[in-house]
Design a protein around this ligand. Structure first.
Ligand SMILES: [Zn+2]
Length: 336
């Protein structure tokens, strides 16, 4: 209701402004004081949304500048000064993606499955994923600006399905694309406080180890929205964001899409292919079939090999050791 009132007030303010202010010179690229129509209240942009082709938005420091079509009888620039940077941020991205709003492939991709129960409720094998699906990733905002502390890929006894990004406790975590919050939950031995968002473009993202989520299930969220605060909850050994990108429940190495130096997508679209996108399937299969044994007192590699129906060279290959390496009782050794 408050928002509606503000919008209405702003709307009349805009109308009033047009009636009183002279049309700015079209050559005048600087922002004139007379262009200022609203302070601390960027809802004034909303009436302009009626005609989105007539203007574009530019964010200059903390000031949102609405640059109008020179043919229109309205000021060349409408400047909105605001402390509400988050709101401006959101509006900017909304505007930039107006032409993309029409395609919401997520609805088709996920059919009617909408649950907060599990990160991957779909259980769709990679082989059934259609090849060469093109995903629009142009509307991307880097969730946190830090560097990678741990990459996607196999770990000793499991698969690391995300990319770990450095942050400080309490840092803002931003939503990567427009979408809807599917899960807000807490897993003390895993993700800690985490959020899963289903995006309009068909991807889903996971944000884990938060101190505190700042969104609720079913919230409509936009790229750049703050959805939580960074932390060190769950299975985590230092403050970081564990960030996952998934498609139909299957994790994708985020580095295939994101350039972590520029904090941007490598391209405006990403094509999902079984071979390249899910290159890590062989690693997952190998890990699923992996078998570990605990080394007993007096064991040697050849004894362990014989007992488990394998060879010393295979044991060395699986564990990255040499036939002459010392093995210690109580430690684990991979035998398959
Ligand atoms: Zn991680």
């Amino acid at each position: 209701m408050k928002k509606l009132c503000l919008t209405l007030i702003s709307f009349f303010f805009v109308l009033n402004c047009f009636a009183q202010e002279p049309v700015q010179s079209q050559e005048d690229a600087t922002i004139a004081e007379t262009d200022i129509i609203a302070e601390e209240d960027c809802t004034a942009v909303e009436p302009l949304m009626i005609n989105p082709e007539a203007y574009h938005l530019e964010l200059r420091n903390d000031t949102l500048v609405v640059v109008c079509d020179p043919d229109l009888t309205m000021p060349k620039h409408i400047v909105i000064r605001s402390n509400d940077r988050e709101n401006i941020y959101r509006k900017m991205f909304n505007d930039q993606t107006d032409d993309l709003m029409e395609d919401h492939p997520a609805e088709d991709i996920y059919n009617k499955i909408w649950t907060s129960e599990r990160v991957n409720p779909y259980q769709i094998p990679i082989d059934s994923i259609p090849d060469s699906t093109i995903i629009n990733v142009s509307n991307f905002v880097m969730p946190v600006p830090g560097y990678i502390t741990s990459k996607f890929g196999p770990r000793k006894y499991r698969m690391h399905f995300g990319t770990d990004i450095k942050l400080q406790i309490g840092d803002s975590i931003r939503c990567a694309f427009d979408g809807q919050v599917r899960i807000v939950d807490y897993e003390p031995k895993g993700y800690g406080h985490y959020v899963v968002v289903r995006h309009d473009n068909g991807l889903e993202t996971v944000y884990a180890h938060m101190t505190r989520p700042l969104c609720e299930v079913n919230d409509r969220v936009f790229a750049g929205d703050i959805i939580g605060l960074g932390g060190n909850t769950g299975r985590s050994t230092g403050p970081h964001l564990h960030f996952e990108i998934r498609y139909l429940g299957n994790a994708i190495n985020t580095e295939l899409l994101i350039n972590y130096d520029t904090k941007q997508m490598k391209d405006s679209t990403y094509t999902i292919t079984k071979k390249q996108t899910f290159y890590h399937q062989k690693q997952i299969q190998a890990q699923k079939s992996a078998k570990y044994v605990t080394i007993r007192q007096g064991d040697s590699l050849s004894v362990i090999a014989r007992r488990n129906g394998t060879t010393v060279s295979r044991l060395c290959q699986l564990n990255g050791i040499k036939p002459t390496s010392t093995i210690r009782a109580g430690r684990k050794l991979r035998v398959r």
